[in-house]
Design a protein around this ligand. Structure first.
Ligand SMILES: [Zn+2]
Length: 388
């Protein structure tokens, strides 16, 4: 049996990580460089991949032999923004108050990352048969920009057999979440006086018809839901959250833009919605262009995050069952994570980590020290798996 490292080491690492104000969409290379310096003596390989500016990096580190079949411990390095005025403690200082550590990212998800980093020297000192990999991404919290770049590079490395994505689940095993596909659609028509609508093309009217087409899919999406769907509601939903366009009541609107999303319960539903909306759009455009050939409907992808689909036979769930000794309840969550992307890339994944999602993304975010201790103890049991 390998004993867990002391919790003081985890708390010291958490102090260091929280001190980097690695807010999503801002550079994170300082944090990654710091982690690389820590990992360097213990790793057989450390690979970084960057965004096009070079100011943001993903890390993929390997401890142990360069063979397939290892375990990937995955997290994101970024956090959501703060308004320090709302905080009782400085947000970028890990502050111990009683049994809790406060600070941005303590729950989501630098607490998990600190546990993983604390274990690396332990794992490196063992005679591992299979490797453990540490994956750290950028911009998870705003568009999931980092993980796809990291996934593209995974072909250059040994292939992990499973991934644990350490989002704050209160240490409950999460085997599925819906996808999150976000878009902004812009409709361009032609303005005119509202008394002569046939000589203009209303972007607002055509946008409402487009939106009507989207909302009209609700019944079919409900019918498509798998009978054993674990989600609530069990089917894929859509939402139009923001609409803007036009100038005045008496003017035909030349522009209208709307922000919308869908949360697929299965990958095929996203394709279904896109196919249907392409047909709706083609009809609208044909009509619009009889009056104004320059009319357009353009959709910008904000993000397309695959859901984590339930897989009873998943090696990642089997791994968690062995680590947690028995048959832990395995649930689903409503929020998206990188686990869906890793699963879609062929790496069976679960979501499991310390901290409560209810305090993440809020002022006075915290993690219980007991949660970190429990996380550390369970992850330490990976030593047994990796030596078999
Ligand atoms: Zn997170």
């Amino acid at each position: 049996m390998v004993a867990p490292p002391p919790i003081d080491g985890v708390l010291a690492l958490l102090d260091e990580l929280v001190a980097f104000d690695s807010v999503a969409l801002t550079p994170n290379v300082d944090l990654i460089d710091h982690v690389v310096a820590y990992l360097r003596p213990h790793c057989t390989d450390i690979a970084l991949t960057h965004d096009e500016t070079g100011t943001k990096a993903n890390l993929f580190a390997t401890i142990g032999p360069a063979v397939d079949g290892g375990i990937m411990l995955a997290g994101h390095s970024d956090v959501v923004p703060v308004d320090p005025a709302d905080w009782a403690t400085p947000p970028f200082t890990a502050t111990r108050v009683g049994d809790r550590v406060y600070g941005r990212g303590t729950a989501d998800m630098k607490g998990f990352v600190a546990c993983v980093l604390a274990l690396v020297p332990r794992f490196a000192a063992l005679d591992l048969v299979r490797p453990v990999h540490v994956a750290l991404t950028f911009d998870e919290e705003d568009g999931f920009h980092g993980a796809p770049i990291l996934i593209d590079s995974l072909g250059d490395h040994p292939r992990p057999a499973s991934a644990i994505v350490g989002e704050p689940t209160g240490l409950q095993v999460v085997g599925a979440h819906k996808g999150c596909y976000e878009y902004t659609t812009t409709v361009t028509g032609m303005n005119g006086h509202s008394s002569r609508p046939t000589e203009a093309v209303s972007a607002v009217h055509h946008a409402t018809r487009w939106i009507g087409g989207l909302l009209g899919l609700a019944g079919e999406l409900a019918d498509r839901a798998p009978a054993d769907s674990r989600f609530e509601p069990p089917y894929t939903t859509t939402n139009v959250g923001v609409v803007g366009g036009g100038l005045a009541r008496c003017t035909v609107a030349a522009d209208c833009a709307f922000e919308w999303e869908m949360r697929p319960v299965q990958g095929t539903d996203a394709g279904f919605v896109k196919e249907r909306m392409a047909a709706v759009e083609a009809d609208l455009l044909a009509e619009m262009r009889t009056v104004h050939p320059g009319a357009a409907i353009e959709t910008e992808v904000v993000c397309e995050i695959d859901g984590l689909e339930w897989d009873e036979g998943s090696p990642a769930i089997a791994l968690m069952r062995s680590l947690l000794d028995g048959d832990p309840p395995t649930g689903v969550v409503a929020y998206g994570t990188e686990a869906g992307l890793y699963q879609a890339a062929g790496i069976p994944s679960v979501v499991w980590g310390p901290g409560d999602i209810a305090v993440a993304h809020r002022p006075d975010e915290f993690v219980e020290v007991a949660d970190l201790e429990a996380c550390l103890e369970v992850l330490t049991r990976l030593a047994g798996v990796l030596r078999d």
